[in-house]
Design a protein around this ligand. Structure first.
Ligand code: S3P
Length: 443
């Protein structure tokens, strides 16, 4: 969707203290999964708090194309009447997943063990991203793929008619690969096993268990092992989507760097497989309180209270990378305002996100007077205290790059611009009014 919109240049300026309540949108990962599992269930799944960003809306359309009845009843309120495991119908048109790697990879998994054929496409960013990481394991089930050079989209998937169970060790830490294999395993007789060296976000496992699948996770000598019993019947469930910690990171970062700020961010997921940024910020000396810890929709949540204060540079260990994989762009902005050097280790995966995020952040920070060093799998930001600003960053169709540079400008000496802020619509449609409501100057 964002691929068809006009570029929208944006600029942010040094802002007064940010104050107020930031109601950030629903979790993107959980929103995709709620629609997909709803479509694979028997009965009606009621979803509240669904993220209505372009990525998730593309997944909703895809589920309708595969035969589910998907309806919107009000803001964030949706129902899905599913077709049951193995019940997907062959879509008539091409499934356009827009900008969403999660959408395309999970949906390919969900249909790969059903004897139908579907063709997937995406925008220029998604069409550059590696898909062999999911088509390789899905081929082990018996699915067949026709892809563009380098395993890129568009891809036609011929689902396996007689799928066989798979035992698969993920070659890189990726919840998308894990989830694609697990979703494929639903329609296969016997146990499908995924082994990961480091645990990645576990929303698929939590939600599959909630929908009645027989799934277990254990840590063994092999690593983190997830076993799913196939040919399961999924039962429709209500899903209350918690607020997205990756989206919360932007107002949180803004409050940390703009002097005099104090904001509240209610109901944010504190799932331990997602909270690496918050662990890192506390190490940097950030003033963040986690109030009213509770459980919502099967996920731990808390209300965050964030105040501006001095920050110091830290070294982020490689083992933490997967629990904050989407937060490195905004961490590199916070690091620019910290005292000393921040080193981010084990972040090679950033090079194959919506953009090459190491390159996009390094070039954009340099354009705004910040010193950055990079290797294939690390990034080092030299904190400056005073950030000169005055530069324009190229966002490469990447929502998190756009939002990160908008935050950078809120405390910089000169305005900071991006060439195109339209990709923000993929994950955080209310970013602009929400930040303006806190007192930030951007537009
Ligand atoms: C996601 C997993 C991560 C993350 C993405 C969402 C998911 O990707 O970057 O934004 O919902 O499973 P990888 O699995 O490729 O690391």
């Amino acid at each position: 969707m964002s691929h068809s919109s006009e570029p929208r240049p944006m600029t942010s300026r040094r802002s007064g203290p940010l104050k107020g309540v930031a109601q950030v949108p629903g979790d993107k990962s959980i929103s995709h999964r709620a629609l997909i599992l709803g479509a694979l269930s028997v009965g009606e799944t009621k979803i509240t708090g669904l993220l209505e960003g372009e990525d998730v809306l593309d997944t909703a359309k895809a589920m309708a194309a595969f035969g589910a009845q998907v309806e919107r009843h009000g803001p964030g309120e949706w129902t899905v009447n599913g077709v049951g495991v193995g019940g997907f119908a062959e879509p008539e048109g091409v499934i356009d997943c827009g900008n969403s790697g999660t959408g395309v990879r999970l949906i390919m998994g969900a249909m790969a063990t059903t004897g139908i054929t579907a063709t997937f496409s995406g925008d220029a960013s998604l069409s550059r991203r590696p898909m062999a990481r999911v088509t390789d394991p899905l081929a082990l089930f018996g699915a067949e793929f026709t892809a563009r050079e380098g395993g890129r989209l568009p891809i036609t998937v011929k689902g396996a008619v007689d799928p066989v169970p798979v035992r698969y060790r993920t070659p890189v830490a990726s919840a998308q690969i894990k989830s694609a294999v697990l979703l494929a395993g639903l329609n296969v007789p016997g146990d499908t096993v995924v082994i990961e060296a480091e645990p990645t976000r576990d929303h698929s496992e939590r939600m599959l268990a909630g929908f009645g699948a027989d799934i277990r996770s254990e840590t063994t000598d092999e690593g983190h092992v997830i076993t799913l019993k196939g040919r399961a019947e999924l039962r429709a469930q209500p899903v209350a989507v918690p607020r997205d910690p990756s989206s919360a990171a932007f107002p949180v970062a803004a409050a940390l760097i703009v002097p005099g700020s104090e904001i509240r961010v209610p109901g944010v997921s504190r799932n331990p497989t997602r909270d690496g940024l918050y662990v890192t910020l506390l190490e940097m000396g950030a003033d963040i309180a986690f109030e009213n810890p509770r459980e919502e929709g099967g996920e731990p949540v808390a209300d965050l209270v964030v105040r501006h204060g001095p920050l110091k540079g830290v070294s982020v260990p490689a083992e933490r990378a997967s629990s904050m994989i989407d937060e490195f762009p905004i961490l590199s902005v916070i690091a620019a305002y910290a005292d000393g050097v921040t080193v981010m280790n084990g972040v090679a995966e950033l090079r194959v996100k919506e953009s090459d995020r190491i390159d996009a952040m390094a070039r954009g920070l340099e354009a705004n007077g910040i010193r950055v060093e990079e290797t294939d799998d690390s990034m080092t930001v030299h904190g400056a205290g005073n950030v000169p600003g005055g530069g324009t960053a190229v966002t490469h169709l990447d929502h998190r790059i756009a939002m990160s540079f908008m935050v950078l400008g809120m405390a910089a000496e000169n305005p900071v611009s991006v060439d195109d802020g339209s990709p923000i619509m993929t994950s955080f449609p209310d970013f602009l009014p929400l930040m303006q409501g806190l007192g930030a100057e951007l537009g």
